[in-house]
Ligand binder design. Sequence first.
Ligand code: ZN
Length: 498
Amino acid sequence: MNKKAILQSFSKVYSNRYRVYPSSVRSEGNNFFFMVRDDKRKYLVVIGSLSLCEKFEGDPLVDLKVNGNKLTMRIAYINHHNLVLLRRIFPHLSPSTCSARTSFGTGDRLGIATPAHVQAFECKDIFPILAQQSVRETSRTGRDWQGVLDDAIWGCFEAGYQGPFGADADHVKRIEDLRGAVDCGYTMFTVDPSDFVRDDVFKLSEEKKDKLYRSLSERKELERLYLGKSYLIAGERLEFDEKSLREVALIYLEALKHTVKCYKFLDDYKRGDFDFEVSVDETSTPTSPLAHVFIVQELRRNKVDFQSLALRFIGEWQKGIDYIGDVEEFVRELSLHVAITRMFGGYKLSLHSGSDKFLIYPIFAQKTDSFFHIKTAGTSYLEAIKVIARKNPSLYREIHHFALKNFEKDRASYYVTTDLSRIPEVDEIPDDRLEDLFKKQDSRQLIHITYGSVLSAKDGEGNFLFRDRIYKTLFENEDEHYREVSAHIKRHLELLEI
Ligand code: ZN
């Protein structure tokens, strides 16, 4: 029995009822597995022994003869139960840790883009983090840790991807959320202690700062460790004097304590290795080189084994558009941060809000000598909605109007400088020009930021206003959707090749 004979027998039974995903076909002993779709949904086909097929949930069992062999077949559901069985048979479908490898995260808000992402990574020496959603994203899209991971794994199976990949529970703020991600089998945890970062310290009077600082129970210890210490970094001398130590301690100490707590929880609760990322990127002020030194030393002192550190770099890192700021100044500052990572060693610099930062990518790869982690989140979603604009213009128009109405509310949790008045009136744009909106910053951000409202909006009877139609349109135009997302992520990855 071979794959060809199996597929022939399958199509004899069903003729044209299903379309097979040829790259998904896998065998294990005399059992065969592959993914198919009809015009509504996807299924897992299991062909082999009766005892195996019985374990899977799906349509009634069917007898199948292949080259004289009597086999059993089941059209099985794409669900968690079946995925657990499949992962036991094919261990490469489970996520693994990335450690020191160069890595890139492809957030997938809709949960249907993994086959396209996998394609983009082909022949690239970059470790893909295929399941990567933040707590904010999962709550806004009505998904959960398990669903995000399962979607990515089904995507790997569909695409026939057999390489390693990571699963990142991104921007986690609470231990309870970490617990949930561990339970689901995530391999990477990004702790975001920004609720404890005191961004407002700069606004306080010297007196007030001093009073706060003196009230720190760790003050003496910090002074013993840091005061007067200086570091020669890329030809620049950085020093902890009283003022600078006071400042970094006030801004970051509580955040670091929370991070340590989270790490200790993971170290205790999760059996086996994991990747740990600390992210202080979602703050209003950039992380200074001296703060970087302080953060790393405090983490090390508390025995936090972290693989990557996301800093808030200078300039503007707005969602879904390119870098805004002085590139030369960014390069100068980045060189200092890279020199600091080299001085301490053992962790990667992580770049968040990496969607569409094309100006920065080649520099970032070169300066870090490809020792980095980069995250993209919303850019694959934008590509999906672009396909909606192309294939279902009337749906796009509805989404666009709805997004305009919700923009002010939704922008609250993002830093963007979107000017809605610069977006042309959508009803005056002909259908075949709607896509052009995705070339302009303001309209990109309009769609990028309102994903939660768009995907969760319901009518008076509790039916989704757009969600089902978005998925339906993308399902009907799957090849095109995959092509667009893959090309867009590839564009990102190619700029990182040095
Ligand atoms: Zn981030």
